[in-house]
Write a protein that binds this ligand. Structure first.
Ligand SMILES: CC(C)(COP(=O)(O)OP(=O)(O)OC[C@H]1O[C@@H](n2cnc3c(N)ncnc32)[C@H](O)[C@@H]1O)[C@@H](O)C(=O)NCCC(=O)NCCS
Ligand SMILES: Nc1ncnc2c1ncn2[C@@H]1O[C@H](COP(=O)(O)OP(=O)(O)OP(=O)(O)O)[C@@H](O)[C@H]1O
Length: 199
């Protein structure tokens, strides 16, 4: 009878950093970004569908999908983004459900799902509680530009393809402020897990 907690946030708000810490604490994390890679590997059904929708131009020489190229298309074009989401998201949900069931069947008490678009895609039914990893937009923008080597315009396009982080605050059961040092973030994570009787 385990419980599932959803971790969400915005692009580069710190979800992976928090997930890594939770892993260090011994928890299992089921990662939607990882799922979105696995389900479009050559041979998978969604791979064929992406090819049909976007053409062979989005392939690398080795036949895998050129994620940078696909990203450059979909983060600047809402229609194309919805088209890709419509193909990838059902497969991601299926993958996430399967991995979570496996972890719970192994006897894990608490499993975390890391889902960037938890609120946008209305996936809260998949989890019992939601934990938002928050950073101010200026901090988010700076970290995103640094991590991905993106121009300000490209980074802003990605940020604005999601629900504003500030709006997500009102929807989450708890909010972690990740504007400061990672040690401060970890302290907040421990406090919330304590509150929720998870640790
Ligand atoms: C466009 C793609 C190929 C770009 O790949 P890339 O390796 O550069 O980025 P990655 O997958 O690591 O995503 C980075 C972050 O971008 C944001 N993001 C990704 N896709 C979307 C989207 N469709 N809408 C809004 N934000 C998104 C998320 O915050 C995510 O954490 C890829 O993001 C993708 O396939 N997106 C569609 C599936 C999806 O929605 N994934 C996000 C959660 S399921
Ligand atoms: N508290 C922090 N202090 C300094 N840098 C941070 C902090 N938290 C995260 N970062 C850095 O910011 C970047 C984004 O963090 P992270 O990858 O954890 O975000 P994310 O929400 O998982 O992003 P995405 O949605 O794109 O996968 C990374 O380069 C990370 O090292």
């Amino acid at each position: 009878m385990g419980q599932i907690i959803g971790i969400t946030g915005g692009i580069a708000s710190g979800k992976s950093s928090v997930s890594l810490y939770l892993q260090e604490l011994g928890f299992t994390i089921i990662d939607a970004d990882l799922a979105s890679r696995a389900v479009v590997e050559p041979g998978e059904e969604a791979y064929q569908q992406v090819l049909r929708a976007f053409g062979k131009d989005i392939l690398l020489a080795d036949g895998t999908i050129d994620r940078a190229k696909l990203g450059a298309i979909i983060f600047h074009d809402r229609e194309k983004r919805l088209l890709l989401n419509g193909i990838v998201h059902p497969a991601v949900r299926k993958w996430m459900r399967l991995k979570t069931e496996e972890a719970l069947a192994e006897g894990k008490e608490t499993v975390f799902m890391d889902i960037p678009l938890l609120f946008e895609s209305k996936l809260t039914y998949m989890v019992e509680k939601t934990l938002l990893i928050y950073a101010d937009e200026r901090v988010q923008l700076e970290r995103l530009m640094n991590r991905n080597g993106l121009s300000e315009a490209d980074a802003l396009a990605r940020i604005h393809s999601q629900m504003p982080l500030a709006d997500k605050k009102a929807l989450a059961d708890a909010v972690i402020d990740n504007n400061g040092e990672l040690t401060e973030t970890k302290k907040q994570v421990r406090a919330i897990l304590n509150d929720w009787h998870v640790i």
